[in-house]
Design a protein around this ligand. Structure first.
Ligand code: 5CA
Length: 450
């Protein structure tokens, strides 16, 4: 992509309405534009990252054996009356009437709708286990939408729903989700710690939230610092292996880690004092097991092995896809701008031409751009007639992990400069070597983009 042909409306001034760094940087980097309180348009750069995050979620869901579907955003109130949540959900639910006077709503989550799909089509225990999920826009009329995409009213969420014959099977589904979420967040360059939490309007007893530690997080959290040493890494996992998933669950949830809703001071005090941490966290996902709450209320039964009807055991599992952009930026930035982890970066590398219009420099940049594209990478070539300082500032602001700087002086010696956004370190090397190095860096981070 050539920057001169792209749409990257960066802001010079720091927007006054933004209170936290991720919101400021998303506005300054031209990623989003607010259209109403808590409702945003996604501009090209923001949309590209959103799609990458979404595609990582899809890839990891597929790995875990979950099946994607797409449900509507506008739903009939009748289904929600069956579960009793139409009245329970309160002011957060955006209620709408259609021209026939029928009560409709904009989906804040989709337990009822997916349970309706299930009961219409699944009749036998032989069709279980089944996990359906979607990535879809949600609306919650939050009292205090704030911090940009972090607490929006309209937000993009992955919501998955498991249907199982027994509680035991459903708890395996719960563990399987926990494992796949650990992988998912790590691929985005994040450490998200599972913490015992409260289930709120979704219901059920078993629930964990995934929290990214950050000063600007909205949740107060209490944990044993030993949980921050745990990483999932690239271990092999068989998602059908009940014992293996349970093992990972145990490894990641035995040490004390709770949100303020479930915090127990006495238990916390059993953690050695030097490891007792109180901090703030951003909730980027939550998993629930709620048994037969919806299946009983809505008659979602299957014929069991003995021929008798059984209400299925369910859970639901969410990832805050749009919130993740904010969380990643909170976790990865400096005073000059964003620093994208390789897995989610909108472009793999920036190319900065120090002397636009110089025949040799232009040709070298174009050749680099073509070579990177041929290798399956996406460069952003700043081909504008601007000062080098301005070009560097833009690249730093938008946070591409790697920058290739091309100028007449280097070209005389046959080299370009490759700079890491994270460390600031540069090395001079021939253009082909820079391409080869980037191919190597990204070989484990290729995600389908736009
Ligand atoms: N039905 C369940 C699981 S699918 C559910 O709705 N869970 S949730 O309420 O915890 O939402 C899932 C995730 O969506 C949260 O962990 C959070 O990361 C994200 N989320 C929730 N509310 C908002 C909001 N107002 N703005 C941005 N993201 C949000």
């Amino acid at each position: 992509m050539r920057l001169s042909r792209y749409f990257l409306p960066v802001l010079k001034e720091t927007p006054a309405e933004a209170q936290i760094v991720s919101h400021r940087l998303m506005l300054r980097a031209g990623m989003i534009k607010q259209s109403a309180a808590g409702i945003y348009s996604w501009l090209p750069l923001g949309f590209k990252v959103l799609r990458k995050i979404e595609n990582i979620v899809h890839e990891e869901q597929a790995r875990a054996g979950h099946i994607p579907i797409q449900m509507p955003t506008i739903q009939s109130a009748d289904l929600w009356r069956e579960s009793g949540r139409y009245d329970d959900y309160g002011e957060e639910m955006l209620r709408i009437k259609d021209r026939g006077g029928r009560d409709m709503l904009f989906t804040p989550t989709a337990e009822e709708l997916v349970t309706d799909i299930f009961r219409s089509h699944v009749n036998s225990y032989k069709d279980l286990p089944l996990t359906l999920y979607q990535i879809q826009w949600k609306f919650r009329d939050e009292v205090r939408p704030r911090f940009g995409v972090m607490r929006g009213r309209e937000f993009y969420m992955k919501d998955g729903y498991n249907f199982d014959l027994t509680k035991e099977d459903a708890l395996h589904a719960y563990n399987r989700h926990l494992v796949s979420y650990l992988r998912t967040y790590e691929r985005m360059g994040l450490q998200a710690i599972p913490m015992r939490a409260d289930s709120g309007p979704i219901g059920g007893d078993d629930t964990h939230e995934f929290l990214v530690l950050a000063e600007t997080g909205e949740s107060e959290v209490f944990y044993d610092s030993a949980v921050t040493d745990l990483t999932f890494g690239d271990r092999e996992i068989d998602y059908d292996d009940v014992a293996q998933c349970a093992g990972v669950m145990e490894e990641f949830t035995t040490k004390y880690a709770r949100t303020d809703e479930t915090h127990e001071e006495a238990l916390f005090n059993e953690v050695p004092e030097e490891r007792r941490m109180t901090a703030r966290g951003i909730e980027v996902g939550q998993i629930f097991y709620f048994g037969t709450k919806y299946s009983e209320a809505m008659g979602a039964t299957v014929q069991g092995p003995d021929g008798k009807p059984v209400a299925v055991h369910m859970g639901s599992h969410g990832i805050g896809v749009s919130r993740l952009l904010g969380a990643i930026i909170e976790a990865s930035h400096d005073e000059n701008g964003i620093i994208w982890p390789e897995g989610v970066t909108p472009f793999h590398a920036g190319i900065v031409n120090l002397k636009q219009g110089d025949e040799e420099a232009d040709a070298a940049c174009e050749a680099l751009e073509a070579a990177l594209e041929a290798a399956g990478l996406e460069p952003l070539y700043d081909d504008r007639k601007e000062r080098a300082g301005g070009k560097f500032a833009t690249m730093d602001l938008i946070g591409l992990p790697w920058r290739i700087t091309v100028g007449p002086r280097g070209l005389k010696n046959g080299v370009v400069e490759l700079t890491s956004r994270r460390t600031g370190e540069s090395e001079e090397l021939p253009p082909e070597a820079a391409v080869a190095k980037l191919v190597e860096i990204y070989k484990d981070h290729m995600v389908k983009g736009l």
